[in-house]
Design a protein around this ligand. Sequence first.
Ligand code: ZN
Length: 151
Amino acid sequence: MFDELRDLYQEVIFDHNRNPRNFRVMEDATRRVEGHNPLCGDRLTLYVKLDGDTISDASFQGEGCAISTASVSLMTEIIKGKSVAETEELFDLFHQITTGQSVELNLEALGKLAVLAGVRDYPARVKCATLAWHTLDAALHNRQTAVSTED
Ligand code: ZN
């Protein structure tokens, strides 16, 4: 399956890297957390607006490699309108596919996030893909300290 979809996946990653979605400062964010992946040099600031239990808005700023930028761009698109619990389920699923713990890909549940499943073939890039999600996890649990993939 990867061979057939690899071109499409790369296109989506290139597209999100060239034109990142939700790339802006959010003045009225309820959560703001910085994430850093020292191994690659990826840095991002994630902004989340929680409306009760729902993520009503998400945005980011920062600089990173194509994988990290595409990952956070896709993430901000996908989590908007989702509840915290739904987002945590997605994070679990995403973590499993990027670290190869899950053999079967649940494409329906993953949606566009499936484009990043290919990083599991490149262990050095896994942290680039998961940085956004670890930072989001800190934001949702109101841990305001900076997130590092090497802590
Ligand atoms: Zn990176």
